[in-house]
Design a protein around this ligand. Sequence first.
Ligand code: NAD
Ligand code: TYD
Length: 350
Amino acid sequence: MKKILVTGGAGFIGSHVVRLLVNKYPEYHVFNLDKLTYAGNLENLKDIEKKSNYSFVLGDIVDGDFIHELFQTHQFEGVIHLAAESHVDRSITNPMEFIMTNIVGTVNLLNAAKNIWKENYDGKRFYHVSTDEVYGSLGDTGYFYEDTAYDPHSPYSASKASSDHLVRAYHDTFGLPIIISNCSNNYGPNQFPEKLIPLFINNIRHNKPLPVYGEGLNVRDWLYVVDHAVAIDEIYHKGKIGETFNIGGHNEWKNIDLIKVLIKVVDEHLGREAGSSESLITYVTDRAGHDLRYAIDSTKLQEELGWTPSLQFEEGIQKTVAWYLENQQWLDNVTSGNYQKYYSEMYDKR
Ligand code: NAD
Ligand code: TYD
């Protein structure tokens, strides 16, 4: 059986990647390594946790000795690295966690892969999952391409840019068989409700204010999370070593326009008059260093690997709203911190 290590598999995107791999490849054994920070939640994987080709490993990628031992024990053939601190606002209040996990943690994984694979890289693959935010901010026109110069502005995007550079450096210096993708904003089930879409769905439901940063004029390119997971599967298996792929939805929305659509859809689901929750919109101080616009050109991925997003935004947002409203218990657990308490009690007892 091929052993594949997925890091950050209890998080939002990672859980969709783990599910896809475990279900699609019974010949793989998928190891999900996760520290279970506030953003990691094993409830996300309840449906596959008992499958014989899946194992969960509790651990921190910042612990280099632990990572080395894990690689030595399991001799992974491939790594799909998603573990990260991922929220821009948190990176502004606490940059150091981002430096440790996103940069030091990534280098620990690179070192372990390099040392355990001992430069016999046949059939091996180190796939680093990154973000379009490394490219900085666009004006009203233009797109990010794979060769767009890096220009990160937040501690989050700067830490991801550093990790991308280090992954490429391990390829160029040591020949490590790496591959990188940079994806636009994801939305869908299981996203921690600090990010725009799940936060606003939850607040609308509870009639709480919807904090719109600045004038709500920033633009993001939104992709349904399962489409990202499918792209990761394609790139991991078919992408050329050493290459970068941009992944995007060709689905740009000004924040305030997206928020109004979201309000309408949530209102309809809740049986309220469509749009009535617009009264909850509250303009607040803008995020420091707030990037104006992100937009990805994913032509390379489409032409080389035939990937395109499967869901139209209208359908994706309906599915997403329905999921959060049907899974209020999930939202309540993660917002109350109950599940974290439960896990720390469970693991402390071991
Ligand atoms: P997330 O915050 O939902 O999940 C991150 C996961 O990593 C959590 O399960 C957490 O417990 C785990 N983790 C954090 N620190 C760890 C550590 N030190 N050791 C082990 N595990 C640790 O993030 P996400 O939104 O699923 O993003 C996953 C990856 O995709 C990240 O690398 C992110 O930069 C990238 N990305 C995200 C988006 C997006 O829109 N969310 C877009 C493009 C790229
Ligand atoms: P977010 O989901 O944090 O993703 P990112 O910052 O990585 O793009 O935010 C998406 C956009 O929504 C971004 O322009 C910031 C804005 N935003 C708000 O206006 N209010 C909020 O409460 C949040 C969380 C985000």
